[in-house]
Design a protein around this ligand. Structure first.
Ligand SMILES: C[S@@+](CC[C@H](N)C(=O)[O-])C[C@H]1O[C@@H](n2cnc3c(N)ncnc32)[C@H](O)[C@@H]1O
Length: 300
């Protein structure tokens, strides 16, 4: 069964009854799991987002030349990178960077045999010193659950440094999700997680100014509203499964932090998730804001 065929219940069951595994990168506050179920969710999410963006992997108007380099920052399981690999000239060098080796497609022989796809373990806040002006395009998607405010600033400054003059950055992030009162309860919990972990839950509001302050020009924003309710058809079912999968994946960090005043047991967390999922399914107006930001490093 592909992840797209799962009902909400089977998707939840697949991730709930397993011990979840989390990253242990020094200093990281990333709160989502890094295990096989998460890899499956990231695949579902990639297909969903491709659909939402009308199959456009690259949004800015940039031509990738045979001698170019591309960086996928926070590459996860490499789903975007593997599709880019098929879409650009064979000589293009593609780097994927992540703090978590467990998610990377190290075992994919089709990738390894090309020899010009390189995965590195490290943080987007500290890229190699010899990457100055190296990349035509840097892509980074969904680090909302990972970066503190100063890490956003440092990461964007690093992207600026490693882009060629005239090169483009493309960031993709969540905005707000809305449904009804059950969903609002979780939003309050997510805000508490962000506060406790110093994460920037409203990063979508801050990114355009952070890009400008780092020196980027032509800062452009594209907003998509992704339906989550049952009247949104297949797209909404996938979107709901995907983000409920992510929200359920925050259970361990929340419980380890004592429930943050919102839940006091695993059963309570699970009930909150079940109620939110049901509410989303029943509310035709339930939706997720999704943003693409792109910007150019000036030529001089
Ligand atoms: C929600 S996943 C998204 C993965 C991928 N961008 C995608 O869209 O499929 C977030 C990823 O960011 C990685 N990550 C978190 N903090 C990071 C950091 N400081 N530097 C590099 N990667 C990081 C996580 O390990 C995870 O793979």
């Amino acid at each position: 069964m592909s992840s797209g065929d799962r009902t909400p219940q089977t998707f939840a069951a697949a991730i709930e009854h397993k011990e979840r595994r989390y990253q242990s990168y020094p200093g990281s506050n990333y709160v989502l799991p890094s295990d096989a179920a998460e890899k499956e969710r990231l695949a579902l999410q990639h297909n969903l987002l491709l659909h939402v963006l009308e199959n456009r992997l690259i949004i800015p108007n940039v031509v990738i030349e045979p001698e170019d380099h591309i960086l996928e920052s926070g590459a996860g399981s490499g789903t975007w990178l593997l599709d880019i690999f098929k879409a650009v000239p064979g000589s293009v060098v593609i780097h994927g960077l992540d703090i978590e080796p467990g998610l990377l497609p190290k075992g994919d022989p089709a990738v390894l045999s090309r020899g010009n796809v390189q995965f590195d373990i490290g943080s987007i806040t500290s890229l190699p010193a010899d990457w100055d002006s190296k990349f035509r395009l840097v892509h980074q998607r969904l680090l909302i659950a990972a970066l503190r405010r100063e890490e956003w600033e440092r990461g964007i400054a690093e992207m600026f440094r490693v882009l060629t003059p005239g090169g483009w950055v493309q960031l993709e992030e969540l905005g707000e999700w809305t449904a009804g009162p059950e969903t609002a309860k979780f939003t309050a919990l997510a805000n508490s997680v962000a506060k406790a972990k110093d994460l920037v839950i409203d990063c979508a509001l801050l990114i355009p100014d952070m890009l400008r302050r780092a020196g980027f020009a032509n800062v452009t924003i594209e907003q998509k509203l992704i339906p989550l309710g049952s009247q949104g058809g297949r797209l909404a079912v996938d979107a709901r499964n995907n983000w409920m999968g992510a929200f359920r994946g925050m259970k361990t960090p929340v419980l380890k932090a004592g429930g943050l005043g919102h839940v006091s047991s695993e059963a309570e967390y699970d009930s909150m998730m079940d109620a939110m999922e049901k509410e989303m399914e029943e509310m035709p107006t339930a939706e997720m804001q999704y943003y693409v930001f792109y910007a150019q490093k000036p030529l001089v």
